[in-house]
Ligand binder design. Structure first.
Ligand code: PLP
Ligand code: COI
Length: 338
């Protein structure tokens, strides 16, 4: 492959194949392999008008042993089922989801970046209402497809601290809304605040709980964690996406002898953490150097703002080590594809 693996960003790159299936009359069709990047859909499709849309994000990695691995893809299948239930879409069965993911990676094997270059194959499953309705009601037809592209770090710095801006004038999700689901509407709601954060020189916006603006929710497309007193602290909130990366880090932190606390995290606690970071599939672990509360004129700064802290580094190396098979996968989180 003639790709500059070391300098990949997080952008659409055309690969050879995607896989698709359609839900009609109560059943999913056989998985179809396509090399078309376009979708013919009815202009009245519910995904276009009423946001019947859910996506997932996961990655395939080339290990030190040259084998391609997926990380916890059943978890993504389960989360997409929860998203489908939440906005009344047809559910993609776990086994079909996993078959589609495995198939599309193998079909695009040559795009899986080699080991050791800090890149991976990003996998984007998408479920949309393709049946036409003009009234606000669920479609009777759905399309599920999976496409892939090689990517580098989501935040340009990679594993280097970034600055984040607390957002007080926008909410990405309502307290009893869809924030815990991976549905497009949440991302539409976050566009303007993330764009404002970018314009002001921040990596992304940090959201607070929508009801009281007292507690930390999450960081753009990633969950938040803080470290203090040998404890990994991460927000408990109804309006954040339950992150598979975060869930994995909690297990790793425990296995390193740390305590794990999942609870509301008051904004002022930012002053007490020794290290803070954002985590997610795309973000991996992105250390945070500074959090700026513009409206309150407070800046929280962490250790050496040019370098991740020791615990964040250890968590990062362990997580990435398992994904790349530098470290034994004692939790059975990965699946080898041959
Ligand atoms: N929060 C949001 C809003 C996200 O979009 C993502 C990405 O999927 C995450 C958190 C991280 O979740 P995961 O670790 O499962 O990728
Ligand atoms: C991911 O981490 O996979 C995501 O889905 C984030 C995405 C919105 C870029």
């Amino acid at each position: 492959m003639d790709l500059d693996w070391k300098n990949l960003g997080f952008n659409i790159i055309k690969t050879d194949y995607n896989v698709r299936t359609v839900f009609r009359n109560g059943t999913w069709s056989e998985l179809e392999v396509s090399s078309d990047e376009y979708l013919p859909i009815h202009m009245g499709a519910t995904c276009l008008h009423y946001g019947q849309e859910s996506f997932e994000g996961l990655k395939a990695y080339t290990g030190a042993d040259g084998k391609i691995r997926l990380f916890r893809h059943r978890e993504n299948a389960r989360r997409m089922i929860r998203s489908a239930r939440g906005i009344l879409m047809a559910e993609v069965p776990e086994e079909l989801f996993m078959e589609a993911v495995e198939k599309v990676v193998l079909l695009n094997k040559k795009y899986v970046p080699p080991y050791g270059l800090g890149a991976s194959l990003y996998i984007r499953p998408l479920l949309i209402g393709t049946g036409a309705e003009v009234g606000v009601r669920p479609a009777s037809e759905y399309t599920f497809l999976v496409f892939v592209m090689p990517v580098g770090p989501y935040f340009k710095t990679g594993f280097k601290p970034v600055d984040m801006m607390i957002c007080r004038d926008h909410d990405r999700a309502a307290p009893q809304g869809t924030g815990h689901l991976k549905v497009g509407g949440n991302y539409a709601a976050s566009m303007s605040s993330i764009s404002e954060a970018h314009q002001k020189g921040y990596a992304t916006a940090m959201y607070l709980d929508a009801r009281e603006k007292k507690y930390i929710d999450e960081c753009g497309p990633a969950n938040f964690f803080g470290i203090k007193d040998n404890t990994y602290v991460t927000p408990k909130s109804q309006s954040i996406l339950p992150s598979i990366t975060n869930k994995s880090l909690q297990v790793l932190a425990e296995s390193m002898g740390m305590n794990v606390e999942i609870r509301p995290v008051p904004v002022e606690e930012l002053a007490e953490f020794d290290e803070v970071g954002a985590c997610g599939t795309a973000a991996v672990i992105t250390p945070i150097g500074k959090v700026v509360d513009v409206e309150k004129d407070i800046t929280y700064t962490y250790g050496d703002t040019a370098k991740a802290g020791p615990i964040t580094t250890k968590l990062y190396e362990t997580l990435v080590g398992i994904q790349n098979r530098d470290i034994e996968d004692s939790f059975a989180w990965t699946k080898i594809l041959d």
